[in-house]
Design a protein. Structure first.
Ligand SMILES: C[S@@+](CC[C@H](N)C(=O)[O-])C[C@H]1O[C@@H](n2cnc3c(N)ncnc32)[C@H](O)[C@@H]1O
Length: 175
């Protein structure tokens, strides 16, 4: 992956950003260097960036961005309590036990935009651990189990920013 590929917002996220209600709060889960935090902040959204390592976000605090450091995999309760968001963004990250909390953190009318690696990606390199790879249709099953309306979905091989198996979805919480 090129540096530009890492810092530019994902095309999937950009393409579906307009589904997120204007003026709502956006949560960027496992935000990393904050490419989507920066993107949504630039669109005028208030953004919460959540990651265990917030070192790549330090230039962002106080400009419509809340930075929240938390380990999402150490068994602690979901760190954001009952706060809800009009948009939740998850890219290149999967920790299955977190999925119900993501659904719960979505406000009615809110949209989850998810994009990460899928089963079969091991052919192309990392991630190759099944714990980090979505099973075929897993995001669709997740949406169905949590009453989310699927607005967009793709699963398959991509060549950009590198060859990979990717599963991605945009889904709305109706009530
Ligand atoms: C591959 S990066 C993706 C970053 C960002 N979502 C993106 O696509 O640019 C994975 C991110 O997950 C975060 N992460 C990994 N394990 C975590 C954990 N246990 N708790 C919180 N964040 C974690 C890492 O710090 C890293 O920023």
């Amino acid at each position: 992956m090129t540096t530009a590929g890492k810092s530019a917002p994902s095309r999937w996220v950009r393409a579906h950003a307009g589904l997120i209600p204007a003026g709502s709060k956006v949560l960027d889960v496992a935000a990393g260097g904050g490419r989507h935090t920066r993107f949504f902040n630039g669109l005028g959204y208030r953004v919460t960036a959540l990651d265990r390592d917030v070192s790549g976000l330090q230039d962002l605090g106080g400009v419509g961005v809340d930075i929240h450091a938390a380990d999402l995999e150490d068994g602690s309760p979901w760190p954001l309590g009952d706060r809800q968001y009009g948009g939740i963004i998850v890219t290149n990250y999967l920790h299955r036990p977190l999925l119900p909390s993501l659904a719960g953190a979505l406000a009615p009318g809110g949209v989850l935009i998810y994009e990460t690696f899928g089963a079969g990606n091991e052919r192309f390199g990392k991630p190759s651990n099944p714990d980090f790879l979505l099973r075929p249709g897993e995001l669709l099953d997740f949406a169905s189990e949590h009453g989310l309306q699927v607005l967009a979905y793709e699963c398959g091989e991509v060549s950009e920013p590198k060859r990979a198996i990717i599963q991605r979805m945009g889904a709305k919480r109706l009530k």
